[in-house]
Design a protein around this ligand. Structure first.
Ligand SMILES: NC(=O)c1ccc[n+]([C@@H]2O[C@H](COP(=O)([O-])OP(=O)(O)OC[C@H]3O[C@@H](n4cnc5c(N)ncnc54)[C@H](OP(=O)(O)O)[C@@H]3O)[C@@H](O)[C@H]2O)c1
Length: 152
């Protein structure tokens, strides 16, 4: 997404204090997204499971999307610091690679708990906030592997 487009989107959204939450912001897609939003003027909260190890141009929250309690604590902490959530980018996840006969049920359950239920936990946590605000955007990062299933 181009910076100009993000700026225009930001201007269209209400108020001047726009807050974005990016899950899994410690590397690659999540990190690039958090940096782009931060450079575009959003107040950005990035998450990973050990944020005390991290530095960057945005604020850090500890979050494990497999845990209801962790999700609730992260949203509560964000709201205490920033008061609102305008954009959620649900990016935390990973690729479970391997033939079914080589993958344990626990491995597969962990994948669904993170990549599927993690996104649902995040949506359920931010929707009441966005409904109260009367605005908000939720962006879920998926994969072409959801359509072509090359690995399992
Ligand atoms: N890269 C690709 O080619 C590609 C292709 C298709 C889809 N995707 C999807 O795009 C997203 C990002 O991919 P990426 O390659 O940028 O990933 P990555 O570099 O491996 O980063 C994954 C991020 O997710 C976080 N994370 C993992 N498990 C978590 C959990 N249980 N709770 C909270 N955070 C967790 C990691 O944080 P920690 O520091 O805590 O580990 C990290 O910040 C993923 O959802 C992936 O499935 C990627």
């Amino acid at each position: 997404m181009r910076l100009n487009s993000l700026r225009q989107q930001k201007e269209r959204m209400m108020g001047s204090h726009q807050v974005a939450l990016v899950t899994g912001a410690s590397s690659e897609i999540g990190q690039a997204t958090a940096e782009l939003l931060s450079a575009s003027g959003f107040t950005v909260f990035g998450t990973n499971r050990s944020p005390e190890k991290l530095a960057g141009s945005y604020r850090w929250l500890p979050l494990d999307v497999r845990s209801d309690a962790s999700v609730q604590a992260a949203i509560q902490s964000l709201l205490e610091q920033a008061g609102r959530i305008d954009v959620l980018v649900s990016n935390a996840g990973y690729s479970q690679v391997g033939a079914i006969e080589e993958s344990s049920i626990a491995d597969v359950q962990a994948q669904f708990d993170t990549n599927l239920l993690g996104i649902i936990r995040m949506i359920k946590a931010v929707l009441p906030v966005m409904r109260r605000q009367g605005s908000g955007r939720i962006i879920n990062i998926s994969s072409v592997a959801g359509q072509v299933a090359p690995h399992m």
